[in-house]
Design a binder for this molecule. Structure first.
Ligand code: CA
Length: 237
């Protein structure tokens, strides 16, 4: 397994509120995209990364799903508590997307709109489903698929860490095949590039993840770089 992670502030934002985590030994990876006024966004995403990675390390459970759910729930509580106790951090929150390599399988957890994509046999498939108002309206037939791109409701999250006492976590499990490439990213990438553009760049540099990641960032900046851009790329052979 090879892995590379990179985060770029973009061209418009004054702060980078994204955070990522790479633990090759445990096979554990995170991307978080924070939100909230003042320093809230960066505090929330960093708290999520620290709390989840620490909890995964210290967990006594041998069940991968249980460890992952407990770690994310612990972070939810910690961020909620910090937000309530500090007026400068009031209403902060963060997305989280987590990948745990569990033997020959991948376990993926998601809250919010940071995505996980699987590149396999020259195709790209999104594993996660975004928790946004636009996605919800799509599922109820209020929005059509062709109305999704660039829609303002894409940026209204229906789930995040640090918002509520309870957090609903989506879990996905995938078998790992030789040659698979996994992309975890914040919406700063997917707002700028459509999946086919992402696929083309990754396939052009599939033997060099660092160049692939840098090329994705460059392309997103070229298209405006309106948001922070964070990428974790994993390849399996
Ligand atoms: Ca973002």
């Amino acid at each position: 397994m090879k892995v590379v992670g990179i985060s770029d502030i973009g061209l418009v934002r004054k702060k980078n509120e994204d955070a990522f985590w790479i633990d090759e030994k445990q096979g554990f990876f995170l991307v978080c995209d924070g939100m909230g006024g003042h320093r809230g966004g960066e505090v929330a995403s960093r708290m999520a990364v620290q709390t989840i990675s620490q909890s995964m390390k210290n967990s006594a459970s041998s069940d991968a799903r249980e460890r992952l759910i407990q770690a994310i729930e612990t972070a939810n509580q910690a961020i909620l508590k910090a937000g309530l106790e500090n007026e400068h951090l009031f209403e902060m929150g963060t997305t989280v997307t987590a990948v745990l390599v569990d033997g020959s399988r991948l376990l993926v957890a998601n809250v919010g709109d940071s995505g996980v994509f699987l590149i396999r046999s020259n195709t790209i498939r999104k594993i996660t489903r975004d928790h946004t108002l636009a996605e919800e309206m799509l599922s109820h037939g209020i929005l059509k698929p062709e109305e999704m791109r660039g829609n303002a409701y894409n940026h209204i999250l229906t789930r995040a860490l640090g918002v509520d006492d309870q957090v609903e976590i989506d879990l996905f499990s995938e078998e790992i095949l030789a040659g698979d490439i996994l992309l975890m990213c914040s919406d700063g990438l997917t707002d700028m590039l459509i999946p086919d553009e992402i696929l083309e760049i990754i396939l052009a540099h599939s033997d060099d993840l660092e160049t692939a990641a840098n090329s994705l960032i460059s392309k997103a900046l070229e298209k405006g770089g309106f948001d922070n851009i964070t990428i974790v790329l994993l390849s399996f052979n």
